[in-house]
Design a protein around this ligand. Structure first.
Ligand code: HEC
Ligand code: HEC
Ligand code: HEC
Ligand code: HEC
Length: 464
């Protein structure tokens, strides 16, 4: 969970140090072969998929995999979609191996530690590693070992599978029949975060992390790129900046909802809500300690505070969009920060602040979602984030990681319209290098690298 390593492409991957470098990902020959074999034409496949009246069921990715449907190997241009979505998912997207991961040695050991006999049979794990739906919702070809498959994100398909292959059938019509609208960036973020952050029924807590589960880190635009996308990217060249912004607002709201839930649970303090590296950092001689040099503002020296990575970068956009709501948010988060770091900080008060904070985040989300994104706004954001070097760097590893992903996402969005710039690129890549060994993270060095980003942005004429 802690390692960031380059995946050859422009984007970086977050991987645990002990996990195989999937650079980038194992190939499932069995399933690719299956997709070659299913040469059935789309309309034939759909003839078998008459919906049961009223309920739409989950029918499995096999229904999408015919070569003439979504199982092509090369992208095509006959229809509005690429038609190779299944092949991308099977070969490159780690979601297709999510079930198999539950059988690997790390999962088996997690099972032993947590008292789960078979993770691959446990609802606790299947909730996120497969399509976890009730028996009545499973169609004939449903197979749990398909992992996180098409319908995990696109919704149960039995009702729309047939109709959606007919000419002129719109997304709205499919959505009316139960398709999940992933084209709406807010809804898309919510879908990703249901597994990448958690919900009341899907949880990764510190017990699971201590047993071997990767920490859950997310940023919509970067993670969509890593996935990788099996869709045509939107025409609007600002889509990356929009995805980053909307994704951040949804994540903050959901993180505060999760915090609120956990203060009411029976396992508070939940360490996974706190700053991981306030506990998990390397110790140094006092004269080398940047943490002692920085001090412990607003908390008892050495106490672990709330993980501010959910907010520390987004706050820059929030301030720009709605100063009043952002001030309310800042106030609640300052309270949360202080209370979580007190030995007897009132859970009730943390919960109340988390709820009010979540409301402010919702309001900001609506405004962010309504924003016009353009190159000038992205340039402003790039400059402002890089200029906040000190605040960001001092908040430890997870915040630095969010800043690196933010600058990366925003710069890619900017340069898709303004051309590449090697200086800025190299400075941003240098941020990721600072995160190679997260427990040895060094705030002053990260700050210096952020200042290099600022200088490179100025040099390139992107910010003043
Ligand atoms: C149903 C749960 C679920 C949903 C919804 C989901 N994911 Fe995932 N995601 C997972 C699981 C589980 C894994 C780990 C797969 C494995 O390696 O076993 C994963 C892995 C990933 C990875 C690879 C991370 C790495 O370290 O290699 C990326 C990137 C990713 N998801 C992005 C997304 C995006 C973007 C969305 C929304 C469009 C999304 N996910 C929606 C469950 C989900
Ligand atoms: C809240 C959703 C959620 C639950 C519940 C969950 N996981 Fe995960 N799991 C994920 C996501 C998301 C990832 C990918 C994280 C990333 O790389 O960013 C993942 C990754 C993993 C990985 C690393 C996969 C790899 O590529 O090597 C293992 C192993 C794993 N989970 C095992 C388990 C086990 C065992 C359980 C049950 C005890 C479980 N998970 C429960 C969401 C979940
Ligand atoms: C982890 C979530 C996830 C999984 C799994 C997934 N998709 Fe997607 N899919 C998305 C997102 C996000 C988009 C892009 C937004 C959009 O346009 O809907 C998308 C877009 C698409 C599109 C383009 C839609 C359009 O009108 O442009 C098709 C077709 C598609 N997916 C098919 C599939 C198929 C087939 C599978 C299974 C083999 C699959 N998807 C698995 C999340 C997912
Ligand atoms: C309040 C302190 C504290 C916080 C905050 C905290 N942990 Fe832990 N963590 C611990 C303790 C104590 C252990 C048990 C160490 C042991 O037994 O040696 C542990 C164990 C672990 C382990 C297993 C240790 C190993 O060597 O494999 C991992 C991994 C881990 N934590 C990751 C995290 C992550 C990721 C976060 C943030 C989401 C986090 N921790 C937050 C205190 C904390």
């Amino acid at each position: 969970m802690f390692m960031l390593l380059s995946c050859g492409a422009a984007r970086y991957k977050l991987r645990a140090p002990n996990m195989k470098n999937s650079s980038c990902r194992a190939t499932s020959l069995r399933r690719l072969a299956a997709s070659f074999l299913s040469l059935t034409a789309c309309f034939v496949a759909s003839a078998f998929a008459q919906p049961a009246k009223g309920v739409s069921k989950y029918i499995g990715p096999g229904s999408c995999s015919a070569t003439a449907c979504h199982g092509g190997v090369q992208p095509r241009s006959v229809t509005s979609v690429l038609q190779n979505e299944y092949s991308i998912w099977v070969v490159q997207d780690s979601h297709s191996k999510a079930f198999r991961s539950l059988q690997n040695p790390v999962s088996q050991r997690m099972g032993r530690i947590l008292g789960i006999a078979k993770p691959e049979d446990s609802p606790k794990c299947l909730a996120c590693h497969a399509l976890a739906v009730s028996a009545q919702m499973k169609g004939r070809d449903f197979d749990v070992s398909d992992g996180v498959s098409c319908e995990s994100c696109h919704g149960p398909a039995s009702a729309w599978l047939g109709p959606h292959t007919t000419k002129g059938f719109t997304r709205q019509q499919s959505v009316a029949l139960g398709m999940y609208d992933t084209s709406d960036v807010v809804r898309r973020s919510e879908k990703c975060l249901s597994c990448h952050l958690g919900t009341p029924d899907k949880e990764v807590d510190h017990r699971m992390i201590a047993a071997g589960h990767p920490d859950l880190v997310f940023e919509l635009d970067s993670y969509s790129a890593i996935m990788p996308p099996h869709w045509k990217l939107p025409q609007d060249p600002n889509h990356g900046a929009r995805a980053w912004s909307v994704g951040q607002a949804v994540k903050l709201r959901e993180a505060l909802n999760r915090l609120s839930r956990r203060t009411r649970g029976d396992n508070w303090p939940e360490y996974a809500e706190l700053d991981c590296f306030s506990c998990h950092h390397n110790l140094t001689k006092p004269e080398n300690s940047w943490r002692q040099e920085r001090g412990y503002e607003d908390r008892i020296p050495g106490a672990a505070p709330w993980n501010v990575a959910h907010f520390a970068v987004f706050r820059i956009l929030a301030k720009d969009v709605n100063p009043e709501a952002s001030e309310r948010l800042e106030k609640e988060l300052a309270t949360i920060y202080k209370l979580t770091a007190q030995p007897n900080g009132s859970r009730k008060d943390i919960d109340a602040s988390a709820k009010r904070g979540s409301e402010a985040a919702s309001q900001l989300l609506q405004q962010v979602n309504a924003l016009q994104f353009d190159r000038a706004r992205t340039a402003r954001l790039l400059g402002a984030i890089a200029a906040d070097a000190e605040n960001i760097a001092d908040n430890d590893t997870r915040t630095a990681e969010q800043a690196a992903m933010a600058l990366d996402a925003l710069f890619i969005s900017y340069s898709s319209q303004a051309g590449k710039n090697a200086g800025v690129r190299a400075a941003i890549d240098g941020l990721f290098q600072q995160l190679d060994n997260p427990s040895a993270y060094n705030a002053p060095r990260f700050k210096t690298q952020m200042q290099r980003v600022t200088a490179a942005l100025k040099e390139a004429g992107i910010s003043r």
